[in-house]
Design a protein around this ligand. Structure first.
Ligand code: 3VV
Length: 129
């Protein structure tokens, strides 16, 4: 946790912690080779997280039902054996690439389409789902 992540003096902001949990959970969808967006994110803040501390994040998929992916994440202070500071339960919903094309701003969509890495990633889903 860096000074830029501060909310209350010397402590990480809850929204930043929720973002870290969301990002960790979201990366599970890459492993599933599924394009999905966060539908629901329920966060428990169990201990304050000091600026300057290391938050060790871990996440796992707990169930998949049709387009719905249920997952859970835990953030521990200091390392993998540290006390639990934050945790979250999430529901991600699988979407088509069109979700971003239809809803995103045209400028950023154009930039993404001109980024060879982005196209390779999107095509990988289409070719090898
Ligand atoms: C060449 C191409 C170049 C283009 C580049 C693109 C490449 C992209 C590649 C990779 C991108 C990776 C992306 C990372 C994303 C990062 C993570 C975020 O920040 S996500 C942002 C925050 N989240 C949102 O903005 C979601 C906003 N919400 C929605 O869009 C919709 O509500 C959505 C898609 C979540 C669901 O809408 P529906 O119309 O598709 O489907 P319905 O029928 O409503 O829901 C499906 C099932 O899920 C349940 N559900 C949905 N939301 C729920 C909720 N909040 N709680 C409980 N259940 C929920 C429903 O009850 C339904 O369940 P039942 O099938 O009936 O059993």
């Amino acid at each position: 946790m860096r000074p830029a992540h501060q909310g209350a003096p010397g402590l990480a902001h809850g929204g930043v912690l929720a973002t870290a949990l969301d990002e960790t959970l979201g990366s599970l969808n890459w492993l599933l080779r599924t394009i999905a967006v966060t539908g629901r994110l329920e966060t428990d803040f169990r201990r304050p997280v000091p600026v300057g501390s290391v938050l060790h994040l871990e996440a796992e998929v707990t169930a998949v039902a049709g387009r719905k992916i249920y997952s859970t994440a835990t953030g521990r202070l200091g390392g993998p054996e540290g006390p639990v500071a934050v945790r979250a339960d999430a529901l991600f919903v699988e979407v088509k690439v069109d979700h971003f094309i239809d809803n995103g701003r045209p400028e950023e969509i154009r930039v993404a389409m001109n980024d060879p890495d982005q196209i390779r990633r999107a095509r990988a889903f289409e070719v090898n789902p």
